[in-house]
Design a protein around this ligand. Structure first.
Ligand code: PLP
Length: 382
């Protein structure tokens, strides 16, 4: 274990949640009787409380003084941009305060006069969760495809292309934005083979490709395709800093050097340049290198925990990533959830469509040995 992981471990910020602070949820929910290490099945990451961040930043700064940025430029932010660009095989990267802004700026920059249509999944964050920002703030026309499904196909793209070029007024497709994993589809993935076909078509037609890869680093463990291979199909990619990498907020947008050059002006124009963003980069940099390995280990551990465990049935979703279906064979899921909260294990609210939970797997499960987790879960179901 290297020096960095050593101090994370000592501080309880890698494998174990130490007793110095409860996670935020526990301040309003039932309080655990014992301070067993906190395990959550609700988030993509470790679910740090404010006290954890305070301790972590102090440890990081003690080990190597953090070089602050200025309005999101330079210092440790530049270090983070460089690292993420290299991991995704792109020339450059720009820090963004949110994924919402990263997606907006990406599609805005890619669009051109007479090419203001953007193809998106109807289920995408860009279409559903941004207050129509691309329409209102960038004057783009988002074309939602395949409502209720996780992905669209090349045939859908071609059909929209034909509709656009045959219209009375010329207004073609400038960008295809793909989200994967798809949050509104329980983090299932968009098929790589379909992405490849769409990307080849886009190149031929001079249409830009943008990937909302908020949780991109979850995909390789399930598909065997590396983050670099995914990124290679796209002109630009956004990755979240707070989903897999445990920062309190933040995002990074990667792409060609010419695309990223001077993009901080646009970030500022949209009110997205915080005077100091270093705390987000400092935390994300602690986890980015080990996330894929930690996540694979977490998947293994969860399999082991639920394998033949009385009272539960765990199944992966087709095309799934970190969201899994945990059926409860007998007993009331809400009661089981409350019991586990007493033991510092957090399950999500019960599912609406079956007795059980859509759990999220993340490295917090590594804070307890598989046997201990198994015992706690068995006792709650018993
Ligand atoms: C797939 C996806 N894209 C974009 C975002 C937006 O990220 P942010 O909260 O940083 O704006 C989210 C956040 O939930 C998301 O799940």
């Amino acid at each position: 274990m290297n020096k960095r992981r050593d101090f994370l471990k000592k501080a309880g910020l890698l494998g174990a949640f130490t007793a110095s602070g409860l996670p935020a949820w526990a301040q309003t929910g039932p309080r655990p009787k014992r301070m067993a290490p906190y395990v959550n099945f609700t988030r993509d990451g470790l679910d740090f409380a404010p006290g954890d961040y305070a301790r972590l930043l102090s440890e990081i700064d003690k080990a190597t003084p953090i070089e602050p940025d200025s309005y999101g430029n330079g210092g440790i932010i530049a270090q983070l941009e460089e690292k993420i660009a290299a991991k995704l095989g792109k020339e450059a990267a720009v820090y963004m305060p949110t994924g919402t802004l990263a997606n907006l700026i990406a599609v805005r920059q890619h669009s051109r006069p007479h090419r203001r249509r953007v193809l998106v999944q109807a289920a995408s964050h860009l279409y559903n969760d941004t207050g129509d920002g691309a329409q209102l703030l960038a004057g783009l026309n988002l074309m939602p495809l395949r409502a209720g499904e996780r992905q669209f196909t090349l045939a859908d793209v071609e059909a929209e292309f034909q509709r656009a070029v045959r219209g009375r007024v010329r207004n073609e497709i400038g960008v295809i934005a793909i989200e994967s994993p798809v949050r509104r589809a329980h983090n299932q993935v968009f098929d790589y083979s379909e992405m490849q076909k769409i990307a080849a078509w886009a190149r031929q037609h001079e249409v830009k490709m943008h990937l909302d890869g908020a949780r991109l680093f979850n995909m390789p463990a399930h598909t065997g395709i590396s983050v670099k291979e995914y990124a290679a199909l796209f002109d630009t990619v956004y990755v979240s800093l707070y989903k897999d990498f445990n920062a309190a907020s933040g995002a990074v947008l990667v792409g060609p050097a010419a695309f990223c050059e001077g993009l901080y002006h646009t970030r500022r124009m949209f009110g997205g340049s915080m005077p100091q963003a270093w705390p987000f980069a400092a935390v994300a940099l602690q986890y980015i290198d080990s996330f894929e390995q930690d996540y694979r280990q977490a998947l293994q551990q969860v399999k082991q925990v639920f394998d033949g465990l009385n009272g539960y049935k765990l199944s992966a979703l087709p095309h799934g990533t970190n969201v899994m279906k945990l059926e409860v064979r007998h007993g009331d899921p809400a009661a089981i959830r409350n019991k586990l909260l007493q033991d510092n294990i957090k399950l999500p609210q019960p599912a609406a469509d079956f007795p059980g939970f859509y759990i999220k797997v993340n490295p917090s499960v590594l804070r307890r040995p598989a046997d201990a987790l198994r015992q706690a879960l068995a006792a709650a179901a018993g």
